[in-house]
Design a protein around this ligand. Sequence first.
Ligand code: AMP
Ligand code: ZN
Length: 467
Amino acid sequence: MKIFNTLTRSKQEFVPINEGKVGIYVCGPTVYDYIHIGNARPMIVFDTLRRYLLYKGYDVNYVSNFTDVDDKIIKRANELGVESAVVSEKYIAECKKDMEGLNVMPATTHPQATKEIPDMIEMIKVLIEKGHAYEKNGTVYFRTRSFDGYGKLSHKNIDDLESGHRAENHQLKVSGEDEKEDPLDFVLWKPKKEGEPSWPSPWGDGRPGWHLECSVMSKKYIGDVIDIHAGGEDLIFPHHENEIAQSEAANDTEFARYWMHNGFLKINNEKMSKSLGNFFTVREISEKYPLQVIRFFMLSAHYRSPLNFSADLVEASKNGLERILTAVEKLKELKPANEGNDPAIEAELENFVKRYEAAMDDDLNTADAISVIFELIKYTNINVTNDTPKATVDKALSTVEKLCDVLGIITEKEEELLDSDIEALINERQAARKAKDFAKADEIRNKLADMGITLLDTREGVKWKRA
Ligand code: AMP
Ligand code: ZN
């Protein structure tokens, strides 16, 4: 399999460090709110990478963290008047529910920053001993210029970065960051402020910097060298650049062999983000579409391309997915009576599998892989019938199912209850009442009750809620 490596800016043959084993680290979300569908893109894309590597027979150790100590979490907790942990634990649980809906497999380990503080302190100690870090008034900084390779991932030149910093206004001085030896230095440990969670350390009570957590947790759960490190492209600089500097300076070895970055999910050609306010949460979207459709939509583009979110495109994905599920259903309903095999059909099926694998081997080209699935179902719809031998029908079905399964697409047709379906039934009930057909109105009410929907007849009209 070839992977586009951000480090070398080229597609490279994937060779794991240990034969048959792959260690993957994916930077996870900061948990202060429900995740938005932009955050879901790396989850879906790299879950698909994991599934494909499993399909190829690798043993995959997949680690993805939750950033559970951060300014945004603290701010949210202070607004609500609760401890930070109350906010982070709630949104970790909610995130896991969304992941389940998106059919994203739970990671082998989901480490949390707040549970790994002793190891973070250890890494800072090592960096200080080696001259790569220093403490000033309770803050520990990484001495960026002490690490030779700085800028190698983002392909930035350290002197350009420095002059960029100088050109910025004097905000730095105001925020007290002028105590740094060099404007490029970044924080490993920050001192406690009133109303913030903190942990004791040799440099006083405080909390770790964001970049440090990933260096520490990947080392603990995968090792000093990881095969694939992944995340959204906004993380290349400074987050991943800083992770490399910390880990390579502390461990004296290469940090990650392959760096994979997904492109942005956009809306009206702007990055979907919390700060721009142009986002939809996965939870909101799940009321409008089955989350399978969202997963299928995300995989319909190459992971490195930007992807624009629009109702039309999601609708197209919904129809595409429906075509696949209908084809699967049709194969399941066949009643073939013939014995034996049809070698010509089976050879064609193998051919589709090869083409699918070729697409996935080409830097996880799920867009092309999906096109192959569409061609495959077009082929089975025409060529696999009740006259086809049973063993060949079974093979056709298992082939479609197998290729969908690698993408995390569930081929069982599931009845999802959408808001629009519920509202259509309520309207039907209202019409029945108007026509004084109370038996029918009651029947619809009972049907909704069976589906877990409670109706409330109020003066403002009918209100409903899910159980
Ligand atoms: P955050 O919680 O902002 O650290 O983001 C968690 C993950 O989601 C990171 O890998 C981000 O790069 C990724 N991400 C955030 N917004 C988007 C977006 N609009 N499109 C794709 N990935 C995103
Ligand atoms: Zn990270």
